[in-house]
Design a protein around this ligand. Structure first.
Ligand SMILES: Cc1cc2nc3c(=O)[nH]c(=O)nc-3n(C[C@H](O)[C@H](O)[C@H](O)COP(=O)(O)O)c2cc1C
Ligand code: SF4
Length: 517
C-alpha cells in the first residue's frame, strides 16, 4: 500500500466518539478526489478530549488535527491537511503538542505512534530489544536488573517486582506461571486498556521476560470483560507474536519456551484481587484466598506464580533495553520510574499523562487537566481508585510518590485520578464507598461483608443528624476494624475514602472540624 499515511486511532475511547466513521470518511474522500491515502489505525496518544485525533505523516513529521468528526473530513481535505496545512482543528506537529511534550513517556512511548498490530512497526520503534537483552542473561541477572530499576507493582500495592520474581525463581516446581492482572476495575482508570489496544506487544514482551527470569513457560492474561476491543486486539497480537516466533517453544529461536493465553474476567471488582483472580482463572467463583501461602509459592493451580499488573510488565522491556539505571533515573525517593496517570471525572482535559514520580497533583489536575469540565472550583480529588483517599487542597502540592502519599493516609494505586467540583457531597461519596464495598465484597470475612453494610447505616444516621457524636465514634471504630481485620484490601482500604472524606470535609456530614477530629 502507498500514499500519504493518515493515522486514525483504533483505541476504544476514539471508537466511542466515531473514529471508525472518521477513518471511513477519509478513505471515501481520498477516493473521490483520486488521492492516494493509507489509513493506519494507531493507538491513542491519550489526549482523550482531542479524540478522534487524526495525524498525517508529512515531510516535516506528523501533524495532528482534533477532535475530528466525520463531517469535518471534507474541509480537512479542502484545507490541504495531507500536507499538514492549517485548519480550525489543526494542533500542529504532534511532537510539539504541549500535553505530550511535557510528559515522560517510557511505558507509553510507542502508544499512538505505531500500528499496534504491526510487529515490524514495533521492532522499528525499539520493540523486542528488552527481550533480546534478557535472552543473553542468566535468569538471576534479569531479576537483578528489575530489582536495580526499583520497579514496584503498578496494580495498587506497589510491592517491589524484583522481590516477587526472586521468590518465584527460587521456588522449585515442574511448572510455574506468569499471570497478568488486566482486570482494571478501579474507577477512572484506563491505562491497561490503552496499552493492550495501543501497544500490546509490549505486554507480551514483558511477560516473556518474566517467564525467562523465573523459569515459567506459560502465561495467562486476565482481561476485564468490559474491554471487548482490548480483547480483540490482544488476541490478534498474541497470534501474530506466536506466528513470528516471539512466543512458543523457542522464543526468538533461543530454544527457551514461553507462550501465553488470555481469559475474560468475570465482571466483578474483587476478581482483580490477585487470589480471587486465580480462583476465577481456575474456573471457580472469585473468592479471596487466605495468605499464606503466597501466590509466588502456591499460585495458579497450586504452582509458583508471578502476578503483576499490565503496567508493571509493560515497564520491564524498557528496563532491560535501556538498563536499570536509565529507568531508576526517573522518579522521587523510593518511587522510581514513571507512572501513567489517568485523569477522569469532572475534568476539562481527561486522558493519560505519563509522568515521573515526584510531580504534584496540582500540576496534574490544573496544568495538564485544565481544571474542572464544569468550570467550577475543584473540591476533592480521589486518587488510587474507589478505595483511594479523597485528597484535599492542602495536600495537592505533595510529591506524587508512594511514601509521601502513604504518610498522609492516601495511595497512588494504579494512578487513577478522579476530580470532583464544589457541588460534590463528600458524605454521599463516603456512603458510596461503603455501599460499593457491600456490593463487591466476596463475603469471606466479617469486617468487610457485614462492616460495609453497617457503614452505610452509620453514615446515614450521621447525615440525618441522629446521635451524631456517638455515630462518628462508631464509624471510626468500624473503619478501624475493617482496616485491621479484613482479609484483603477490599475491606481493608474502604476506610480510606470514608475517613478522608470525614476528616477533610466534615461540613458535608453536618459536622464541625472539631466534631470530626
Ligand atoms: C479488591 C481489589 C481489586 C484489585 N484490582 C486490581 C486490578 O484490577 N488490577 C490489578 O493489577 N491489581 C488489582 N488489585 C491488586 C492485586 O491484588 C495485586 O496486588 C496486583 O495485581 C499485583 O500486581 P503488581 O505487583 O504488578 O501491582 C486489586 C486488589 C484488591 C484488593
Ligand atoms: S475483605 Fe471483603 S473482599 Fe476481601 S476477603 Fe474479606 S470479604 Fe472478601
Amino acid at each position: 500500500m502507498s500514499g500519504t499515511r493518515v493515522y486514525v486511532p483504533r483505541d476504544s475511547a476514539a471508537l466511542a466518539v466515531g473514529a471508525d466513521a472518521v477513518a471511513a470518511a477519509i478513505e471515501a474522500e481520498a477516493a473521490s478526489r483520486g488521492l492516494a491515502v493509507q489509513v493506519v489505525r494507531n493507538g491513542s496518544r491519550g489526549l482523550l478530549w482531542l479524540e478522534t485525533m487524526v495525524e498525517v505523516a508529512t515531510a516535516q513529521g506528523r501533524v495532528a488535527y482534533g477532535p475530528v468528526e466525520a463531517e469535518d473530513v471534507a474541509s480537512l481535505f479542502e484545507a490541504g491537511f495531507l500536507d499538514g496545512r492549517p485548519h480550525a482543528l489543526a494542533l500542529g506537529p504532534t511532537d510539539d503538542i504541549t500535553w505530550l511534550k511535557r510528559q515522560q513517556r517510557l511505558t507509553f512511548a510507542r502508544c499512538g505512534l505505531t500500528d499496534p498490530l504491526s510487529l515490524a512497526d514495533y521492532e522499528a520503534q525499539g520493540g523486542l530489544k528488552g527481550l533480546r537483552a534478557a535472552l543473553a542473561l542468566q535468569p538471576a541477572a534479569i531479576v537483578q536488573q528489575v530489582l536495580d530499576a526499583g520497579l514496584r507493582g503498578r496494580g495498587g500495592a506497589a510491592f517491589p517486582t524484583g522481590i516477587k520474581w526472586r521468590t518465584v525463581a527460587a521456588a522449585s516446581a515442574e511448572q510455574k506461571y506468569v499471570v497478568c492482572n488486566a482486570d482494571e476495575g478501579d474507577s477512572g482508570t484506563f491505562a491497561d486498556r490503552m496499552l493492550m489496544e495501543g501497544d500490546p506487544f509490549m505486554l507480551i514482551e514483558g511477560m516473556a521476560i518474566a517467564g525467562l527470569a523465573v523459569g515459567a513457560t506459560k502465561g495467562f492474561v486476565y482481561i476485564r470483560s468490559e474491554y471487548p476491543d482490548a480483547i480483540r486486539t490482544f488476541d490478534e497480537a498474541v497470534r501474530r507474536a506466536r506466528a513470528a516466533g516471539v512466543l512458543g517453544a523457542s522464543v526468538l529461536g533461543s530454544g527457551r519456551a514461553f507462550d501465553l493465553e488470555w481469559r475474560k474476567g468475570a465482571g466483578s471488582y474483587v476478581c482483580g484481587e490477585e487470589t480471587a483472580m486465580l480462583e476465577s482463572l481456575e474456573g471457580e467463583r472469585g473468592i479471596v484466598r487466605a495468605k499464606p501461602p503466597l501466590p509466588a509459592i502456591e499460585g495458579l493451580f497450586g504452582r509458583p506464580t508471578v502476578i503483576n499488573n499490565v503496567l508493571t510488565f509493560a515497564a520491564v522491556p524498557t528496563v532491560l533495553a535501556e538498563g536499570p539505571a536509565h529507568y531508576a533515573g526517573f522518579g522521587a525517593g523510593r518511587s522510581r520510574g514513571t507512572l501513567p496517570f489517568q485523569l477522569a471525572g469532572n475534568i476539562r482535559h481527561g486522558g493519560l499523562f505519563e509522568l515521573p514520580f515526584g510531580r504534584t497533583l496540582r500540576e496534574l489536575v490544573f496544568d495538564f487537566g485544565g481544571g474542572t469540565a464544569s468550570g467550577r472550583p475543584v473540591k476533592a480529588i480521589q486518587v488510587g481508585g474507589p478505595l483511594g483517599a479523597y485528597v484535599p487542597e492542602s495536600q495537592w502540592d505533595l510529591p506524587l510518590d508512594y511514601e509521601a502519599y502513604a504518610a498522609v493516609g492516601a495511595v497512588l494505586g494504579h494512578g487513577g485520578v478522579v476530580v470532583h467540583d464544589d457541588s460534590a457531597d463528600l458524605a454521599q461519596l463516603a456512603r458510596y464507598a461503603m455501599e460499593f464495598c457491600a456490593i463487591e465484597s466476596c463475603g469471606k470475612c466479617t469486617p468487610c461483608r457485614i462492616g460495609s453494610t453497617r457503614g452505610v447505616e452509620v453514615i446515614d444516621r450521621i447525615t440525618a443528624g441522629r446521635e451524631r457524636e456517638q455515630q462518628v465514634i462508631l464509624l471510626k471504630e468500624l473503619c478501624d476494624t475493617m482496616l485491621h481485620g479484613s482479609l484483603c484490601a477490599m475491606g481493608g482500604m474502604t476506610p480510606y475514602p470514608v475517613l478522608s472524606a470525614l476528616t477533610h470535609y466534615p461540613r458535608d456530614f453536618g459536622l464541625t472540624q472539631a466534631d470530626a477530629a
